[in-house]
Design a protein around this ligand. Structure first.
Ligand SMILES: Cc1ncc(COP(=O)(O)O)c(C=O)c1O
Length: 290
């Protein structure tokens, strides 16, 4: 049952769900894929479902500028900029990079942010200190007379994760039509929002499906605590009426391939194998690991 909370439309639902025939034969399992990369906005990905809720909230609160954060390569930052611009909102991206300025090339997501004419501020700080930079940016926007709305790293807020609570209802509907039951849902986990939302949905619908987040390189212990707090805060705040137990949270670190943003030969081989067998190009930071 869909929640009665305002949303903007950024995702073409339901996104396709189908069997990867070649991989299933090769691996001797029935492997399905849910194509959240195919969406209303280019690149799609898992950020748009969260942004449907959070950007609606920003608009309803009369905010005019979205402020968010991530690494220099952040998909969340790029998609927030794309979605916010489409909705006529300003964007400020507070990005982290330890690279010296002269070696930073305008490529990848940074290039798209440049084309979007998003305001990008890069700080030479770690994950821990970026909130200080965010606060400074927010204060300066207020002094300029703007009304900022802050989105956390990865869009992982109790409101945003509801996008992945809804996702479970969508999967259930599709799997009923296809007459299959899924044993596992597997995906990449980084800021924890996707996993917290899926866990809430699975719990609410009393499904037996196990939920496995493959860490993007973030420490499992830290992620599990974050997911626990996010899921249960959201459940209380939006009257979902379920409690996620710590033991329900599985974060698998085995496929982190050397840590966040690190590429190994094994990772490249995995990506190469999937694109050759299924014509699906996984990315090296997230889906390639999952
Ligand atoms: C394609 C993709 N998959 C998974 C994730 C991880 O999701 P979350 O941050 O909700 O844990 C990200 C985060 O940027 C992503 O871009």
């Amino acid at each position: 049952m869909s929640l009665n909370i305002p949303r903007v439309k950024l995702v073409l639902k339901p996104t396709p769900l189908y069997k990867m025939v070649n991989l299933s034969t090769d691996l001797g399992v029935n492997l399905y894929i849910k194509r959240d990369d195919l969406s209303l906005l280019s690149f799609g990905g898992n950020k748009l479902r969260k942004l449907e809720y959070t950007l609606a909230d920003a608009i309803n609160k009369g905010c005019d500028t979205i402020v968010t954060t991530g690494s220099l390569t952040s998909n969340h930052a790029m998609l927030t900029a794309m979605a916010a611009k489409k909705l006529g909102l300003n964007v400020v991206l507070v990005l982290r990079s330890r690279e010296p300025q002269f070696s930073r090339k305008v490529k990848g997501n940074l290039l798209i942010e440049h084309l979007l004419k998003a305001r990008v501020e890069v700080f030479d700080v770690g994950k821990e200190d970026v909130n200080i930079a965010m606060k400074e940016v927010v204060e300066s926007l207020k002094r300029e007379g703007k009304k900022p709305y802050v989105l956390p790293l990865g869009g992982a807020s109790p409101l945003g994760l509801l996008g992945y609570y809804d996702f479970v209802y969508e999967v259930l509907e599709q799997s009923k039509n296809m007459k299959i039951d899924f044993d596992y849902i597997v995906f990449a986990t980084g800021s924890g929002g996707t996993q917290a939302g899926i866990l809430l949905g699975v719990k609410k619908l009393k499904l037996k499906t196990r939920v496995i987040g493959v860490s993007d390189g973030t420490l499992a212990k830290y992620l599990k605590e974050k997911i626990y707090t996010l899921a249960n805060t959201s459940s209380k705040k939006y009257n979902i009426g379920v409690k996620v137990d710590y033991n329900d949270i599985i974060v698998d670190e085995r496929a982190s391939f050397g840590g966040y943003g690190k590429f190994t030969r094994e990772l490249i081989e995995t990506i190469s194998y999937v694109v050759k067998r299924e014509g699906i190009l996984l990315d090296p930071l997230y889906t390639g690991k999952a």
